[in-house]
Design a protein around this ligand. Structure first.
Ligand code: SAM
Length: 190
């Protein structure tokens, strides 16, 4: 629902890991070097590299699909805890998610607001929708909000660079962000 981070790296690992394993197995069953030691070393190196790539692939998928949603909830728990508990959400009217992607944090925040209060609120997501997340389009966070049962109009999305957010200072009561800053190139405006 909320996509896979760095999909190009994930795709590359999904291609390279089996290719390395196949090369290792090929050397095991069809030695190409005259010396069996060379064959075993080359076979071992390919298989080791395949395991390394496979492990990285597993980690990337696990973090995107399982851990990230848990971390988003944990971050909101921490915010709630720092501010004295669920009553905090009664004081929050406007939330910003910087680099919202497919809406993971913004929808988690909207669900918390819905759960803990009845009055109106707005959760805004801003992003430039790069290929750093699979299926990253401006429509996705809103589709996901609908799928999460968040009533229309409570969440909004803008295409906007995190470095030039076009809202006035102090407009938001809470600003959240997840896995975005590493995408911004080094420079004085990072
Ligand atoms: C790894 S994704 C994380 C998306 C989302 N926060 C999540 O946790 O699922 C990084 C996001 O940062 C966005 N991004 C990168 N540079 C940005 C910038 N300068 N301004 C706004 N968004 C940016 C990308 O388009 C992408 O959606």
């Amino acid at each position: 629902m909320y996509g896979i981070d760095a999909p190009r790296v994930v795709t590359a690992l999904a291609v390279v890991a089996p290719a390395l394993a196949a090369a290792g197995l090929f050397l095991y069953f069809r030695p190409v070097f005259a010396s069996s030691i060379y064959n075993m070393v080359a076979c071992g190196a390919f298989l080791l590299a395949a395991v390394g790539c496979g492990y990285s692939l597993f980690n990337m998928l696990y973090s995107s699909l399982i851990q990230k949603p848990q971390v988003a909830e944990h971050m909101l728990d921490l915010i709630e805890g720092i501010h004295g508990g669920p009553h905090y959400w009664n004081t929050v009217n406007k939330v910003l998610d910087v680099g919202c992607g497919r809406g993971l944090m913004m929808n988690a925040a909207a669900k918390r607001l819905l759960k803990n209060r009845k009055s109106e609120f707005t959760v805004c997501g801003v992003d430039i929708f790069t290929a750093d997340l699979s299926g990253n389009t401006m429509r996705r966070p809103l589709d996901n909000a609908k799928a999460e049962g968040i009533p229309e109009g409570l969440v909004e999305v803008k295409k906007c660079d995190a470095r030039k957010i076009d809202y006035e200072d102090s407009y938001f009561d809470l600003v959240v962000s997840s896995l975005v800053i590493h995408n911004v190139a080094e420079g004085k405006d990072k």
